[in-house]
Design a protein around this ligand. Sequence first.
Ligand code: AN7
Length: 409
Amino acid sequence: MIHLQCIACGEKYGVDEIIYSCKRCGDLLEVKYDYEALKTKLKKSDWQRLPLSVWRYKDFMPIHDSSKIVSLSEGGTGLHPCKRLGNLLGVKQLYVKNEGENPTGSFKDRGMTVGVTKAIELGMNNVICASTGNTAASLAAYAAKAGIQCIVLIPSGKIAYGKLAQATVYGARVVQVRGNFDQALKIVLELSEKNRRVYLLNSVNPYRVEGQKSLAYEICDQLNHKAPDKVIVPVGNAGNISAVWKGFSEFYELGFISRLPQMIGIQSEGAAPIAQAVKRGRNEIVPIDQPETIATAIRIGFPISWKKALRAIRESKGTAETVTDREILEAQKMLAKYEGLFVEPASASSIAGLKKLIELEEIDKNEVIVCVATGHGLKDPDVIMQTCERPFEVDAEVKSVEVLLGPSS
Ligand code: AN7
């Protein structure tokens, strides 16, 4: 009922093969289901009575054995109506899906709970990934929970401290590669092909992104079985926008929603190969050798899932846009000050992108918009302390604080 399939040549593989790319043509793989059989299975299931979480959608996941599930309570994150920010930007129905509420503080946990469960089902006890930080933190946590070995490769220098602290405390072997993310990813791709004892959990792993599709399912369920008009997603390696589109497409195919949303990918100006391809109407990306952005999570020059992302954007009649570091930092502060949501810079790119698209009149004020905020702000507090007002220092006395209330009238 479930198999893996190449997105380019259509070659099929068994659901329990340890394989990260098509053996025939080398392209990306995705998990395919027999939707008629899935419909029958869902009719007999009580999934709609379960609380919102990744595992509410267990029937939609490529897992055989529920007893092997490795979970830290992922998913079920808030879809926050943002009235104040919406008013400021000029849209009536703005929601932020706050993925920082996940156990390690990012959307990656949705993928890792499924990916590490799959690793256990396949009998693997070594997992590896390359990461700009969040993937490493998440994989390290789930490997710890499962009691298996974990190696994470991170680029030298530019990684948010909170993420490094997480990966370290969860007990992963943290390897800092002299190079950027793209170089680190190349190493783990080659190593996992060469040495079959290690299981790769970057987003080329088709099972990991299956977990991430639950983000779309949750949005539909939180909006009372409707899809929004537009979903705005920060894009780095491009696994997430592809996964979220797969989620919406499956809910549509299964009859749980009657309309599909448009997918909008946002990249940082200094690391925007996908957004550039979309803007220029190209079918291929031009990789960027030296990606640069303050949003270190999405400082990626050669997104491995670019083909899936372009497909998601085209199929959904969506678009992509770039934002500057300044726009990202401004959006980060706006979201915090107007809505009480503190997200990391990469996550704020979805808000910055929304602002830009409203200014460009590509978004109508009556549309239902969901911005995905991918990770928690505490991951990278340094950025804030560099750009925000410092604390106000006073002598230890009441009157120096009382002046802050202003004159009494
Ligand atoms: C907060 O951790 O790639 O487009 O190695 O941490 O699916 O890559 C992080 C990516 C957006 C982009 N927002 O998602 C990593 C990594 C945050 C992120 C993205 C990331 P993809």
